[in-house]
Write a protein that binds this ligand. Structure first.
Ligand SMILES: [Zn+2]
Length: 222
């Protein structure tokens, strides 16, 4: 009988271990964070987003890769990070459900800012380079977006560029200042390859973190 019970327990444990481990990130809670950032990795699961013309790379994967580096950079600077999706999957079975769940996290109380990571695509395949969007009319969102834009253009040695006004779910919904970062164009051949390069992803992420920190430190009431 004892053996039978042990066997059942062992089988149960093996059964649990066989569950697919699809969570890439488990939440971390810092003890005394200086700031709190909601970080959104755009798309996921059934919603892959833009697809690279040459390699077929899916935007959702790249958002997760660059976003993960941003997350790590923020934790290194004692910033609490709240993620929307924590794995390759969407956070709902339908687009509607995903948006509802994402929207709730984007509006998290106590968040200082919201930053969403995406990759771009355009019909003119010569167009390249990062762009950062804020919600039209949102002054603080514009400051945040410009701070990230400046850090990106400087890090990549590109001409200064103004952040762009737009109307996107992730910048419209949150009460906190919000920016949507388009890291580059999957429709541009050279950039499609660069965006899949680990060193380039790190360069982008470091710049995004710098832009975020510059904004937060200039706006914190000390
Ligand atoms: Zn996107």
């Amino acid at each position: 009988m004892k053996y039978a019970v042990t066997l059942i327990i062992i089988l149960f444990l093996i059964g649990c271990g066989a569950e697919p481990a699809d969570e890439v990130h488990t939440p971390i809670t810092l003890e005394q964070p200086d700031f709190c950032v909601v970080l959104d990795f755009g798309h996921g699961g059934f919603d892959g987003g833009a697809v690279g013309n040459e390699t077929g790379v899916v935007e959702a994967e790249l958002n997760l890769a660059v976003g993960t580096l941003v997350m790590q950079g923020l934790y290194d600077r004692n910033v609490q990070v709240i993620l929307t999706r924590t794995s390759e999957d969407a956070i709902g079975d339908t687009k509607r459900e995903d948006m509802d769940n994402r929207g709730e996290i984007l509006c998290q109380e106590g968040a200082d800012i919201v930053v969403s990571i995406h990759m771009n695509k355009f019909t003119d395949r010569k167009v390249r380079g990062p762009m950062v969007y804020y919600q039209t009319g949102a002054a603080e969102g514009e400051n945040l977006a410009q701070s990230i834009m400046d850090a990106l253009t400087q890090a990549l040695g590109r001409e200064p560029r103004l952040a762009s006004a737009g109307n996107n779910f992730v910048t419209r919904i949150p009460p906190a200042p919000a920016a949507l970062v388009e890291c580059g164009f999957l429709s541009n051949h050279e950039e499609e390859l660069l965006l899949q390069d680990g060193d380039y992803q790190k360069q982008l992420a470091d710049a995004i973190v710098l832009g975020i920190m510059n904004y937060l430190e200039n706006n914190s009431e000390q």
